[in-house]
Design a protein around this ligand. Sequence first.
Ligand SMILES: [Zn+2]
Length: 60
Amino acid sequence: MSPITPPNERKCLRCGRLEVWDDDNTVWVAATVDGEPQRGTRHCVHEWNVTGTYNPITPQ
Ligand SMILES: [Zn+2]
């Protein structure tokens, strides 16, 4: 297997929410910067800076 480093963080272009990929729980979680969770705006329809072509969830 050749290891490929997948994108493991993404940022919302609209509100600045920053998320990191949690491998253990297979979910995106808000990243913490300087002790502050980067949750952005709750009602934002987030637009991520990663392309839609990459799906971090491997089909079983
Ligand atoms: Zn957003």
